[in-house]
Design a binder for this molecule. Structure first.
Ligand code: MGD
Ligand code: MGD
Ligand code: SF4
Ligand code: MO
Length: 677
């Protein structure tokens, strides 16, 4: 019996655990008490991590569709078909008629290799689920703080004396964060939660602000207004370390507390109270997540929060900082690796001539494309319009996760050729021409980067089932057959290339990271450097090293409630399901506690509708309608309904309006109506 140290495959907390292996089978999960973030604890998903490994529904061999049914084909046939179709499309219509979706469920080495393949083929059309998730964090924090990442490690929250939590339900979605926030609270920290729902995270709050969806900028600007008027700013910090304060002073002039109350629905007294507590805290931290990012004003929401932190000097020290909780186990890494249409590895902009030339030279390739590529939703739109003809989807399920499902379906059906590489059949594989069976997290090796930038090694624990191959092996074989001449025999070699190409990963080599509990936190600029747990201690990552305050204005969401659709629909998550359910609904212990598709609605909103708890109701928007079980509850603000997006359904309703900067869709607000069925 062996006991192997590894990292949980679900969320960005990056919890460590041991897996026991007997006779080549993963048999048990054991707790890793020495891990810096989870200290041995695991949430229900982490405890169920092994369920997908031996699941009978795993994809075992490549398949293609013949007369409506899937037939097994050889790997050789699958590779030939992909290579010939991609070549044909590129040669006839140019490389930008190809699109690639990479995966935050895959390793850094796999993401690095897929973006390299796309770019060597001549297109920057590569993106992944960060676009649906924290794209606005990247734009918002890059502009203000100079790095689109969490500033402090998760355990550092225990050192804060005020934690301002806005649009995050970490009690269900990043459960390991909860313990550290409770620690802070036990030591006397004030916990503030801002959400349209009294979520399980709100249970730990000292002050709860019930906000109308999509109005966060009015709240944050209102707080800044009050902080400036009451002389609670950190003047020394503003003078030495920031720029743009004067513009902020002018721009927030109109965000008086009465206006903030009017827009957000939060009583002014409460706004005043939380502004004081955060500004006066010795060490104040901000946690934010999808309630902030998934809006047409997502980037501006994030900028507003950075402004707040800068005005109060609450960044760059232990116990302070800005915590955008990254969702997937490797979504931070997939971004770092350049699985993005506008950034090469290490956040070099594709149109930065010198940066691009340096990477091209390291790859031994002459021309890399310089025009920014299309994002996830833009690729879907391009497919619908025939501008993208061939697509490669690795480890994502856009038919359930992207907004406006009917449009996604039409778009993917319109492709000449679609490859989907996954560990299970899902709604998206249904539309594929070729399906490739991938090895799952425990059947391959490589690194993943958690939300706090720690890069950890995940070893291969067991062999993949059937003929499944690792995503890395698949990508490398295709690159080889396309004549791109990849150097990617294994994850170790690719990681060595990553540390050569990306400066903040320079000291993160296989020798340094393998077997190191908790991993190494980037930036790690040279070998034997211990990594950097707190960012921006001396200077920000911006070109002039200052923290940039940027004025932002409150904007209305893309779709407002109206006579026909009088309610606001917001979508999100529950503890027992994970994203599109592709993995969690294969895990019996989670399935047992899965609430199914429901809609939360306030008692006031059902008064005249003759709807009772557990009734089946119909929810409709301009784009479509679905049925769900009604959950009537005071925990949601009147006028708003909440539906989890884990099932085919929620995204039939959502709008595909995008934030103009980050191109993230507005999953958190659209107009809907409810009827009894
Ligand atoms: N159990 C579980 N854990 C997960 C996941 C999962 O699917 N299931 N997914 C992972 C991924 S990929 C991600 S990105 C994270 C996401 O983690 P979270 O961001 O915590 O998840 P959400 O439920 O989408 O949204 C968070 C909160 O935002 C609130 N909200 C909605 N609209 C607004 C608004 O306009 N303003 C404010 N202030 N709040 C608003 C919602 O009511 C909700 O409580 O979770 C990760 N962890
Ligand atoms: N309405 C609404 N929609 C949303 C959101 C919302 O809050 N509301 N949230 C958005 C967010 S934040 C996110 S991150 C996205 C998530 O959207 P997706 O990334 O599409 O969702 P997942 O279910 O995580 O899909 C991961 C897929 O990868 C597969 N997989 C797992 N491991 C591996 C592997 O090792 N290799 C390969 N090849 N495949 C693997 C799984 O089987 C699954 O099919 O959804 C977005 N959609
Ligand atoms: S908190 Fe996240 S990383 Fe930790 S066990 Fe749960 S799902 Fe896994
Ligand atoms: Mo996400």
């Amino acid at each position: 019996m062996q006991k192997i140290a590894t990292v949980c495959p679900y969320c960005g907390c990056g919890c460590g655990l041991y897996v026991t292996v007997e006779n080549g089978k993963a048999t048990n999960v054991e707790y890793m008490s020495e891990h810096p973030v989870n200290k041995g604890a695991l949430c229900p998903k982490g405890n169920a991590a092994l369920e997908v490994i031996n699941h009978p529904d795993r994809l075992l061999y490549p398949m293609r569709k013949r007369r409506g049914t899937w037939i097994k084909i050889s790997w050789d046939k699958a590779f030939n078909s992909i290579v010939s179709n991609f070549r044909k499309i590129r040669d006839a219509q140019g490389p930008d008629t190809l699109g690639f979706i990479s995966s935050a469920k895959c390793t850094n080495e796999e993401n690095y290799s897929l973006q390299k393949l796309a770019r060597m083929l001549g297109t920057n059309n590569i993106d992944h689920c960060a676009r649906l998730c924290h794209a606005s964090t990247l734009t918002g924090l890059t502009a203000t703080l100079g790095r689109g990442a969490m500033t402090n490690p998760i355990p550092d929250l225990a050192n804060s004396d005020c934690i301002f939590i806005i649009g995050s339900n970490f009690a269900e979605n990043h459960p390991m964060v909860s313990g550290w926030v409770w620690d802070a609270k036990d030591k006397g920290a004030k916990i503030i939660v801002v959400d349209p729902r009294y979520s399980p995270t709100a249970w730990m709050s000292d002050i709860f602000l019930e906000i109308k969806p999509g109005t966060d900028i009015a709240l944050i600007n209102g707080m800044i207004h009050y902080i400036i008027k009451e002389n609670l700013t950190n003047k020394d910090f503003i003078r030495k370390r920031t720029s743009g304060f004067e513009q902020i002073v002018t721009s927030i002039e109109k965000y008086t507390l009465p206006l903030a109350e009017d827009i957000t629905g939060i009583p002014q007294d409460k706004i005043r109270q939380v502004a004081r507590i955060y500004a006066k805290a010795k060490r104040g931290a901000i946690i934010f997540c999808m309630g902030i990012t998934q809006h047409t004003c997502g980037s501006d929401n994030v900028i507003a929060l950075a402004n707040l932190a800068l005005v109060c000097g609450q960044v760059g020290r232990v116990g302070t900082g800005v915590f955008p909780l990254r969702g997937q186990d490797n979504v931070q890494g997939a971004c770092d690796m350049g699985a993005l249409p506008d950034f090469l590895p290490g956040y070099i902009r594709v149109n930065d001539e010198a940066g691009r030339a340096e990477i091209a030279q390291k790859w031994g390739w002459e021309n890399l494309p310089k025009r920014p590529g299309l994002t996830v939703v833009e690729m879907i739109n391009a497919a619908a319009e025939g501008r993208i003809r061939g697509m490669y989807i690795m480890g994502e399920n856009p038919l359930v996760s992207a907004p406006n499902t009917q449009h996604v379906q039409e778009a993917l059906k319109n492709l000449d050729f679609l490859v989907v590489q996954d560990i299970f059949l899902n709604e998206t594989t249904e539309l594929a021409d070729v399906i490739l069976p991938a090895a799952c997290w425990a059947e391959k090796e490589g690194t993943v980067t958690a939300t706090d930038r720690s890069v950890q090694w995940r070893p291969k624990i067991v062999a993949p089932p059937g003929e499944a191959k690792t995503d890395l092996d698949i990508i490398c074989e295709i690159a080889e057959r396309l004549g791109l001449g990849f150097n990617c025999q294994n994850a170790e070699e690719v990681l060595r290339e990553v540390s050569d190409v990306i400066p903040s990963y320079a000291g993160i080599t296989p020798e340094q990271v393998k077997g190191r509990i908790g991993g190494i936190t980037w930036p790690c600029p040279f070998l034997d450097n211990p990594g950097t747990s707190v960012l921006h201690t001396e200077s920000f990552g911006t070109p002039d090293s200052l923290g940039h305050m940027i004025p932002v204005e409150y904007q209305f969401p893309a779709e407002q409630p109206n006579d026909k659709y009088p309610l606001t629909l917001t979508t999100g998550r529950v503890a027992m399901d994970y994203n599109t359910g592709a993995m969690t609904r294969k895990a019996t212990p989670l399935l047992r506690r899965d609430p199914g598709l429901f809609v939360e609605i306030n008692p006031k909103d059902v008064e005249n509708l003759n709807i009772e708890n557990d009734d089946e109701v119909e929810i409709s928007t301009k784009r479509g309608k679905i049925k769900a079980r009604a959950v009537i509850t005071e925990t949601i603000i009147p006028g708003v309904v909440f539906i989890p997006f884990h099932f085919p359904g929620a995204n039939v309703l959502t709008i595909d309006a995008l934030d103009p900067q980050a191109k993230i869709p507005e999953f958190k607000v659209c107009a809907c109506k409810i009827n009894k069925k």
